[in-house]
Design a protein around this ligand. Structure first.
Ligand SMILES: Nc1ncnc2c1ncn2[C@@H]1O[C@H](COP(=O)(O)OP(=O)(O)OP(=O)(O)O)[C@@H](O)[C@H]1O
Ligand SMILES: [Mg+2]
Length: 252
């Protein structure tokens, strides 16, 4: 498989009140096309920061990031914005929907920035919304009248509408009960099976089982990596105990 993202000694440092905090430290990381990468690690280990850097939402302090052949770490802000729009989907820890637009329009604004095929975008938006458990009545609702979990699912559809090459998701099922969490994860699995890459942060073992590899972060570095390809999803028990064993080893 081709490499979609590669980092070379990636560093991210924040300075607050004259104090420097090295949040990502000299990280060399490679993500292949079609990978479903799970990022785990304790709170504060740098998972969200890494996601922001990899996706071009934030500039690294030092080091390089390649997307395919392009070195995106040298991009100007306008180049980065275009790059993100054409290639990436995002699900944030907090979903920001536009308050003055209904559910469907929130998704269409994202879709229509990239494609002119309005009919196709509308039909894909509706299909995805139903797929994550929203109803046709929900399409016309405004964000203020949605529950946290409903808003989260609208955010997920918005991230997927352009069929991005790679989707970055930061605890996408954090606000969901187990039934709608499962619907959402099933959508991610389907999207991954069509060849789109996913990088997902989670604190949840069940969610982690969806990936083909788990990266465990500690203090801004990758402390360990587990490949799950050998443990098929047909034998979930074996997969689960492998993951549990790995996390125990990591001190999770
Ligand atoms: N914009 C910022 N300015 C200053 N410090 C920051 C900033 N963003 C993150 N940090 C610091 O970097 C560290 C890592 O934060 P990050 O959000 O990446 O952790 P995380 O692994 O995603 O944690 P969680 O599991 O709680 O979401 C924290 O100590 C945080 O305070
Ligand atoms: Mg985080």
């Amino acid at each position: 498989m081709k490499t979609i993202i590669k980092t070379d000694k990636l560093c991210k440092t924040f300075s607050t009140g004259g104090v420097q905090q090295h949040v990502i430290k000299n990280m060399d990381l490679e993500i292949k096309e079609g990978d479903f990468t799970i990022l785990m690690g304790s709170s504060g280990s740098g998972k969200s920061t890494l996601l922001y850097a990899l996706s071009g939402m934030d500039q690294p302090s030092m080091g390089k990031i390649y997307f395919g052949e392009q070195e995106i770490s040298t991009f100007r802000n306008d180049q980065l914005a275009l790059f993100r729009r054409m290639n990436c989907g995002f699900v944030f820890q907090n979903i920001y929907l536009l308050d003055n637009m209904n559910v469907l329009d929130n998704i269409l604004t994202n879709g229509l920035l990239v494609s002119e095929k309005k009919k196709e975008i509308v039909s894909r938006a509706k299909q995805l919304l139903l797929r994550v458990g929203l109803t046709e009545e929900d399409f016309k609702k405004f964000p203020a009248s949605l529950s946290g979990g409903e808003a989260q699912r609208v955010g997920i559809v918005r991230a997927l509408i352009n069929q991005p090459k790679i989707v970055f998701a930061d605890e996408p099922t954090g606000a969901l009960n187990s039934a709608s969490g499962k619907d959402v994860l099933d959508v991610f699995t389907e999207v991954n099976q069509t060849g789109q890459s996913i990088v997902m942060v989670t604190h949840d073992v069940k969610t982690a089982l969806r990936g083909n590899r788990i990266l465990y972060m500690k203090d801004g570095t990758i402390q360990g990596e587990l490949h799950l390809e050998a443990y098929t999803t047909n034998n979930l028990d074996a997969r689960r105990s492998k993951v549990q064993y790995f996390l125990d080893e990591m001190g999770w």
